[in-house]
Design a protein around this ligand. Structure first.
Ligand code: GLV
Ligand code: MG
Length: 346
C-alpha cells in the first residue's frame, strides 16, 4: 500500500502535483463525439454551448480501420476550439488493445494542456489505473503540462465491479466512474441485448389472488451495481455516473433510468445522441420545488444544527446536509444557466 505521505507526490519529476480536491464542475452529461467523422466534428463549436462535457470517443463504436483517424480527429477538434468551462475528455482504447499506448502518447503530446479527463475503459482493478497514472505523469513531465490530467474509469467487467472500491481509491488522479452496462452485461453473461435500462422479464409477480391476471412489477437490473459504484465513489471523494442508454427511440425510459441514477447519487450520464442532452440536463439539475424546500431548511437552520419543523416535516442536522447537497448543485447549475437561475430564484 502506498503510504499517505507519498499518495500526493507527482509520479514523474516535472509532472504537476495531483489535485487534493477535485475541481468543482457541472458534469450532467458527457457527450460522445466520434471524432473521425468530419461532419460531426464540425458540430463541436455548437455543442460547446449546449453540453457540460465533450468527449472524443476512440474506443468501441469506432471501427478498427478508423482508429487512427479518430485519434487525429480528436487532436484536431481539441486544437481548434476554445472549450471555456466545457470539459474536454477522451475515451481511449482499452489497455490491452493495439491502440491505447499511442492514444495516450499522441494526445498528451499534442493537446495535453487542454485535456481534462481520460476515460479508461474495461478497468479490472487498481493496477489499470496505476499504469495509466504513471504514463500520464511521464508524458505531463515531457510536455510541460501544468494541470494534472484526470482519469475516469468505466465499470464494465465483473472483475471491475468486484474491485470497484480499490479502483475508486487507486490514485488522486481519479475523477470518477461510469457504469458501462453493455460490456458489463456481456462480462457477467447477463441475458440482455440492451444497452442500459430495464428489461421486461426482470420482474416480480404480485401474489396470486384468484384473479387470472397477476400484476407484474419490472425491477431495475442495474440497481445493485449503481449502488455499489455510488458508495465506492462517494467514499473516495470522486463522482459516479450512469453510462450509456442505447435505445434512442425511447426517451421516457432513458429519462427514468437517468433519474434513478440521479436520485441514487450520480452526477451525470453519457449522451450518445443529441436528444439525450436535454434529458440529462433536465434530470441532473435539481427540481425547482426541491430546491425551494431545501433553501427553506438552510434558512431555518443557519448553523446547520438543532431541530425544526418545516411544512410538517422534521428537520435536523442530517436533513440540513441533504438540503445542502441540493442547493449546492442548484447553485452550480444556476452559475452556468441563467434560465435555471431564474427557476431556482438564485
Ligand atoms: C459502455 O462502454 C458500455 O459497455 O456500456
Ligand atoms: Mg463498453
Amino acid at each position: 500500500m502506498k503510504l499517505p505521505r507519498q499518495f500526493y507526490q507527482p509520479l514523474a519529476i516535472g509532472a504537476p502535483a495531483p489535485w487534493r480536491e477535485l475541481p468543482v464542475k457541472l458534469e450532467r452529461m458527457i457527450h460522445f463525439v466520434p471524432p473521425h467523422l468530419d461532419k460531426l466534428r464540425a458540430k463541436v463549436p455548437d455543442l460547446l454551448r449546449q453540453v457540460d462535457v465533450v468527449l472524443g470517443n476512440l474506443e468501441d463504436a469506432i471501427p478498427a480501420d478508423a482508429k487512427q483517424a479518430a485519434r487525429r480527429g480528436f487532436i484536431e477538434m481539441a486544437k481548434v476550439s476554445d472549450f471555456g468551462t466545457t470539459g474536454l475528455w477522451t475515451r481511449i482504447n482499452a489497455l490491452n488493445s493495439p491502440w491505447a499506448l499511442d492514444d495516450v502518447i499522441e494526445i498528451v503530446g499534442a493537446v495535453g494542456g487542454k485535456l481534462d479527463v481520460v476515460m479508461l475503459p474495461k478497468v479490472d482493478g487498481p493496477w489499470d489505473v496505476h499504469y495509466l497514472d504513471q504514463l500520464l505523469a511521464q508524458l505531463e513531465a515531457r510536455h510541460a503540462v501544468k494541470k494534472p490530467i484526470l482519469i475516469h474509469a468505466i465499470l464494465e467487467t465483473a472483475q471491475g465491479v468486484n474491485n470497484v472500491e480499490a479502483i475508486a481509491a487507486a490514485s488522486p488522479r481519479m475523477h470518477g466512474i461510469s457504469l458501462g452496462p453493455a460490456d458489463l452485461a456481456a462480462s457477467r453473461a447477463m441475458k440482455t441485448t440492451r444497452v442500459g435500462g430495464g428489461h421486461p422479464d426482470y420482474a416480480v409477480l404480485a401474489d396470486a389472488n384468484g384473479e387470472s391476471a397477476r400484476k407484474k412489477f419490472q425491477q431495475d437490473l442495474w440497481h445493485y451495481t449503481i449502488a455499489k459504484m455510488v458508495d465506492a465513489c462517494a467514499a473516495a471523494g470522486i463522482k459516479p455516473f450512469y453510462g450509456p442508454f442505447g435505445d434512442f427511440s425511447d426517451p421516457a425510459a432513458c429519462e427514468a433510468q437517468f433519474r434513478n441514477a440521479f436520485l441514487m447519487g450520480c452526477a451525470g450520464a453519457w449522451s450518445l445522441h443529441p436528444s439525450q442532452i436535454d434529458i440529462a440536463k433536465r434530470v441532473f439539475s435539481p427540481d425547482p420545488a426541491e430546491v425551494a424546500f431545501a433553501r427553506k431548511v438552510l434558512a431555518a437552520m443557519p448553523d446547520g444544527a438543532g431541530a425544526v419543523m418545516i411544512d410538517g416535516k422534521m428537520q435536523d442536522d442530517a436533513t440540513w446536509k441533504q438540503a445542502k447537497v441540493v442547493v449546492d448543485l442548484a447553485r452550480l447549475v444556476a452559475a452556468k444557466d441563467p434560465d435555471a437561475a431564474a427557476r431556482y430564484r438564485l
